[in-house]
Design a protein around this ligand. Structure first.
Ligand code: UDP
Length: 451
C-alpha cells in the first residue's frame, strides 16, 4: 500500500448496485495509489460504512418517500434524485471545501456518476476539479453519443417490426439493440442519455471500467467525440484485490460449497443482475429450459424480482426434480467468486456491463439475454465481435434455452467460445500489470487529478 498522498477524492455513485460496485472499486484503486477517499451516498440504497473502514462516508438527503423509493421505474427514480439531491449535495460539498474536518486532507477532485447531471456544475462553482465515472462500456457510451443521429435517421423511436434490421451506421448493431428500446417513456430515456453525455462533456475527464484491448476502435471514436480525456483503467476487479463487498443484499455463500461438489466447467450460472424483473411465464420457461438441458445450474432469483412470492412451489415437478438432483437457487450470490469458480462453464446473463466484464475477466462464455438500456449493445459485442457468447435466439422458450445451454456447455462451439473468453481473460490480466494499457491509463489519471 502506498503512503497517503495528502489528497482527497470525493466519490458520488448513483445508488444502484451496478453503479455502486464499480465506484467503490475505483475508490479502492485510488486509495491504493495514496488518495484519501470520501463517499457521498444518498439515503436511498444507502451504503454500509462498516464494510469499508478505510473510507469516510457522508450521506445526502434525497427526500424520496417510501412510495417513490419503491418505484420499479429506474429512469423516474434517476430523474427524482437529480431534482432532489442538488441542494443537499451542494451544501455538503460547500461544507467539505470550507471546513474539511480534523484530518484536513484537501480535496483534489470529485468523481461522480454522469447520470447525476448537477455535480460538475456545483464543483465548478466551488472550484473543485470534477471527473465522471461511466460505469458502462465504451461501445455503449459511443452508441449513446450517436443516438441523436440514429433518431434523425429514423431508427428511434424503435419499431417492433424492425428489430432484426441492421443499423448501417454502426455494424454489427441491430435496431433491436438500440438502448432506448423497451421503456415506458422513450422520451425520458432519450433525455437522460443526452444529460449523461452533457455531464461527461462538462467534466474534466471520464473514467471507464474497460480496457483498450477490448474496446479499442470505439474508445478512439469516443475520444474524438467527447473532447475530454478518457481513462480506460479496467477491469476494476483485476486492479484491486479485496474481500470487502459492496452488495446491497446479503450474499448466500452456500453456493460456493455447492459449486465445489460439481464437475469442472459443468455449471450454468444464471443471474439477471440487480434490477431486472421476471414474469411468472418467463420463470416457467427458464425453469423448464434448465431442466431440459440436464446440466447443473446455479440460479439467482432476487427477492422481489418475481411478483408471486410462491413462484417456486408452483413450478412443475420436472423442474423441482432437476433442482433437487443438480440445481441450486440463491437470492444473491458472491458473483465474482462464482464466475472464478472452476465448476462454472457458462453464464446466462442480462449483459449488464459489470456482469459482462466480470465474465470476460474470468474467461466464462455467455448466454446473452439483454433486457434494457445498453445491455443489447453489450450482448451484440459479446456474440458478434468478441465471439464469447451466444444470443438466446428464438426467444425465451424452454426448447431454445435447452439448445443454447447445450451449445455452450456440451458442444465444440462452446469450447471455442471458452478459448476465446480465456484469451480475453489473459489480456484483461496483462493490461492492469505494470506498463499494461490500463496501468498506464491509471498513471495518467493520477497525474491528471494531481495536476
Ligand atoms: N451481483 C452480485 N450477486 C448476484 C448478482 C449480481 O454480486 O447475485 C453483482 C454483479 O457482480 C455486478 C452487479 O451485481 O457487479 C450487477 O451489475 P450489472 O451491471 O451486471 O447489472 P445491473 O444490476 O446494473 O443491471
Amino acid at each position: 500500500m502506498n503512503p497517503r498522498n495528502n489528497h482527497r477524492v470525493i466519490l458520488f455513485p448513483l445508488p444502484f448496485q451496478g453503479h455502486i460496485n464499480p465506484m467503490l472499486q475505483l475508490g479502492r484503486i485510488l486509495y491504493a495509489r495514496g488518495f484519501s477517499i470520501t463517499i457521498l451516498h444518498t439515503n436511498f440504497n444507502a451504503l454500509d460504512p462498516s464494510s469499508h473502514p478505510h473510507f469516510a462516508f457522508r450521506s445526502i438527503a434525497d427526500g424520496l418517500d417510501q412510495s417513490e423509493a419503491s418505484l420499479s421505474d429506474i429512469p423516474s427514480i434517476v430523474s427524482l434524485l437529480n431534482a432532489r439531491c442538488v441542494g443537499p449535495f451542494e451544501e455538503c460539498m460547500r461544507e467539505m471545501v470550507s471546513s474539511p474536518g480534523g484530518d484536513a486532507v484537501p480535496i483534489a477532485c470529485l468523481i461522480s456518476d454522469p447520470f447525476f447531471s448537477f455535480p460538475c456544475g456545483v464543483a465548478e462553482r466551488l472550484k473543485v476539479r470534477a471527473l465522471t465515472l461511466r460505469t458502462g462500456g465504451a461501445t455503449s457510451l459511443y452508441v449513446f453519443t450517436i443516438c441523436p443521429v440514429l433518431k434523425e435517421k429514423g431508427y428511434i423511436p424503435v419499431q417492433s417490426s424492425r428489430l432484426q434490421e441492421a443499423v448501417k451506421e454502426f455494424p454489427p448493431l441491430l435496431v433491436g439493440d438500440i438502448p432506448v428500446l423497451d421503456s415506458k417513456d422513450p422520451g425520458m430515456i432519450f433525455q437522460l442519455l443526452e444529460n449523461l453525455i452533457k455531464a461527461i462533456k462538462n467534466s474534466s475527464g471520464v473514467i471507464l471500467n474497460t480496457f483498450e484491448e477490448l474496446e479499442h476502435p470505439n474508445l478512439a471514436l469516443l475520444r474524438d467525440d467527447l473532447s475530454v480525456p478518457v481513462f480506460p483503467i479496467g477491469p476494476f476487479d483485476k486492479c484491486c484485490v479485496t474481500s470487502s463487498s459492496s452488495s446491497l443484499l446479503a450474499e448466500d455463500r452456500s453456493c460456493i460449497s455447492w459449486l465445489d461438489e460439481q464437475p469442472p466447467k459443468s455449471v450454468i450460472y444464471v443471474s439477471f443482475g440487480s434490477l431486472t424483473a421476471t414474469s411468472e411465464a418467463e420463470i416457467l420457461e427458464i425453469a423448464l429450459g434448465l431442466a431440459y438441458s440436464e446440466q447443473p445450474f446455479l440460479w439467482v432469483v432476487r427477492p422481489g424480482s418475481v411478483c408471486d412470492p410462491e413462484w417456486l412451489e408452483k413450478l412443475p415437478s420436472r423442474f423441482l426434480e432437476a433442482l433437487e438432483g443438480k440445481g441450486k437457487i440463491v437470492k444473491w450470490a458472491p458473483q465474482k467468486e462464482v464466475l472464478a469458480h472452476p465448476a462454472v462453464g457458462a453464464f446466462w446473463t442480462h449483459n449488464g456491463w459489470n456482469s459482462t466484464l466480470e465474465s470476460i475477466s474470468e474467461g466464462v462464455p455467455m448466454l446473452c439475454m439483454p433486457r434494457f438500456a445498453e445491455q443489447g449493445v453489450n450482448a451484440r459485442y459479446v456474440s458478434d465481435v468478441w465471439r464469447v457468447g451466444v444470443h438466446l435466439n428464438g426467444g425465451l422458450e424452454r426448447e431454445n434455452i435447452d439448445r443454447a445451454i447445450k451449445r455452450l456447455l456440451v458442444e465444440r462451439e462452446g469450447e471455442e467460445m471458452r478459448e476465446g473468453a480465456l484469451a480475453l481473460k489473459e489480456k484483461a490480466s496483462v493490461c492492469v500489470k505494470q506498463d499494461g494499457s490500463s496501468y498506464q491509463a491509471l498513471d495518467a489519471l493520477v497525474s491528471h487529478i494531481l495536476s
